[in-house]
Design a binder for this molecule. Structure first.
Ligand code: FES
Ligand code: MG
Length: 591
């Protein structure tokens, strides 16, 4: 009951125009007529275009998609399609308890069912807030019908007393001002709210700007569209153009599997380094890759991305915000800089039917303060490295945030600037950390390495953004503003502390972190890409045997049915933290 491309038949015809099954055809038709569509339209052979709507009152970041859908519909209609809009399970990064990480795979599951089980020939994915983008792209990869992504766009720049206030970044600053007694609670809330002056998603280079930029770098949205701020008129225009284009894509049978190739993912990894993208990107790209059936081992982040310099000067790594990023040229200007160095697979096909090279080659930087030319970067080697050892099989680290101060505190040998050692202090989940961080009895010194475990996809279902931990207050007052943090959870945005994140397998899956004890010495060696606890294999085996005898690493009970279901089937972050087994439903041929 799906497309037969050989006969040029749309899959929606199986519902609305199937002479072999007139009973069901009548049933399918009558209920889609009841809100005003006509028999003529539904049986005209026009493609049915789904608008996968992620915006709602529960999802303020994506709420503007409710408005943009009008322009999408006009574009779809004008190009000869029929629009059918439907909801996607809401995901609001800042609003969901215990963590929005749980909802990416749930929204994915729901969208797969909608796209597979209903008469939809092509789909517009309305992306935006952090996990809405991977959830939609993962589902489109699985069902593999023509799909195009439309970003909702970032909020306008936030301002307070003449300075830009960026999403998330301002919270960190406001917390310090509150702690220092410079502002009161009401001013704290005003200051934080100043960073959100309009509809749209986070205006910093957090996970949302990252993932919307990468959707464009993958070729899944129209060139130049990712960075347009939500309220700009250009955003309305690109919604209209996106609606028109998806109808053409159905006619051309241009599917996600034509666009989401290994080369496209490698382009996205390089762009992620150049924009200073989020450490959540490796998880989400791995998930999309697995659902489309592309090999993308986590090691590719180091081999493809580590050496690429940081070009985009956005908070939190830099100064500017979303409006500036758009005015400076957005994704095409960044891609053009990489093309100039031969770093991009130029012949990767994109949703407009043209190649990445043709779309971006001639894009210029309009403001070099915001997007730097390749030879004047903000930082060298801005990508991630991948570490492994007896604590985990894989974890990612941004080496560009390692400060001089850090190097001096942890160097094990003054002649080797890339090997660090220190004693571990271990926390079991965010609640344990909040409870004990400021207690001197916890034993944290300026030489400590902080560990967070029990925060992975199983331990804290969905994986919490809690690995970046601040030092205890008594050290902050002594001038120690960051300690290295290592853990099996994720990290929000970027932080000044050199964190080692996304450790897989997590403690809850009995990875090496489960065996670590406070006081153990740990060695991080960037020369060899290793992270090891310095105890013997025999001692580790003995600890494992004991822990297994006690029933394994303990984590809090599930609070909802979905938490329990997800925990039973979710994989580890190095491989995308997808629902294991879901990848086998990828349907290259619509048979
Ligand atoms: Fe939705 Fe940042 S909270 S994009
Ligand atoms: Mg986040």
């Amino acid at each position: 009951m799906t497309t037969d491309p050989a006969q040029g038949k749309l899959r929606s015809r199986a519902w609305f125009d199937n002479p072999d099954n007139i009973d069901m055809t009548a049933l399918y038709l009558e209920r889609y007529l009841n809100f005003g569509l006509s028999l003529d339209e539904l049986r005209s052979g026009k493609p049915i275009i789904g608008i996968a709507q992620t915006g709602s009152d529960l999802s303020p970041c994506n709420r503007h998609h409710l408005v943009l859908a009008e322009r999408l519909r006009e574009g779809i209609r004008e190009a000869g399609g029929i629009a059918i809009e439907f909801p996607v399970h809401p995901i609001q990064e800042t609003g969901k308890r215990p963590t929005a990480g749980l909802d990416r795979n749930l929204a994915y599951l729901g969208l797969v069912e909608s796209l597979y089980g209903y008469p939809i020939d092509g789909v517009v994915l309305t992306i935006g807030c952090d996990k809405t983008t991977p959830a939609c792209l993962m589902a489109a990869a699985t069902v593999n019908i023509p799909a195009i992504a439309l970003s909702v766009g970032p909020m306008l720049n936030g301002w307070h007393k003449g300075e830009r206030t960026g999403s998330g970044t301002i919270v960190w600053k406001a917390r310090q001002m509150l702690a220092a007694g410079e502002i009161d609670d009401a001013e704290f809330i005003r200051l934080v709210a100043s960073s959100a002056p309009s509809t749209g998603y986070c205006n910093t280079m957090g996970t949302a700007t990252t993932m919307n930029s990468l959707a464009e770098a993958l070729g899944m949205s129209l060139p130049g569209s990712a960075a347009i701020p939500a309220p700009y008129r250009d955003r309305q225009e690109v919604a209209y153009l996106t609606g028109k284009r998806i109808v053409e894509m159905v006619a051309e049978d241009l599917k996600p599997s034509d666009i989401l190739t290994r080369e496209a993912f490698h382009n996205a990894i390089k762009v992620n380094s150049a924009i200073g993208g989020s450490t959540n990107a490796p998880i989400h790209l791995a998930a999309i890759a697995r659902h489309i059936g592309v090999e993308l081992p986590v090691e590719d982040w180091e081999t493809e991305g580590h050496k690429i310099p940081l070009l985009v000067n956005l908070q939190p790594a830099g100064e500017y915000l979303g409006e500036d990023y758009y005015r400076a040229g957005g994704v095409p200007a960044v891609v053009a800089q990489l093309i100039g160095q031969g770093l991009i697979h130029e012949d990767a096909i994109t949703v407009n039917g043209r190649t990445m090279g043709d779309n971006c080659r001639d894009a210029t930087i309009e403001d070099e303060k915001v997007i730097r030319p390749f030879d004047q970067p903000l930082k060298e080697e801005a990508g991630f490295i991948v570490l492994k050892g007896n604590l985990f099989d894989a974890a990612v680290m941004k080496t560009s945030v390692i400060s001089e101060e850090f190097r001096e505190r942890y160097l094990s040998n003054p002649d080797d600037l890339n090997a660090f050692e220190g004693p571990a202090v271990v926390f079991d989940g965010p609640e344990d950390y909040h409870h004990r961080i400021d207690d001197p009895a916890t034993g944290i010194t300026p030489a400590t390495l902080l560990f967070m475990r029990g925060a992975g996809p199983i331990g804290y279902p969905g994986a919490a953004e809690v690995v970046n931990m601040r030092p205890p207050a008594y050290l902050i007052t002594e001038g120690v503003h960051s300690l290295p943090c290592i853990g099996d959870g994720r990290q929000s945005g970027t932080s000044g502390s050199p964190s080692i994140l996304n450790a897989s397998p997590e403690a809850a899956a009995m990875g090496g972190l489960a065996l670590l004890q406070t006081g153990d010495r740990v060695r991080i060696d960037l020369n060899t890409g290793s992270a090891n606890v310095l105890i013997s294999d025999a001692e580790l085996a003995e600890r494992r045997r004991k822990l297994e005898a006690e029933g394994g690493y303990r984590y809090p009970a599930s609070q909802t049915p979905w938490q329990e279901i997800q925990r039973a089937v979710v994989g580890q972050m190095a491989t995308g933290a997808i629902l294991e087994g879901a990848e086998k439903y990828q349907r290259i041929a619509q048979t």
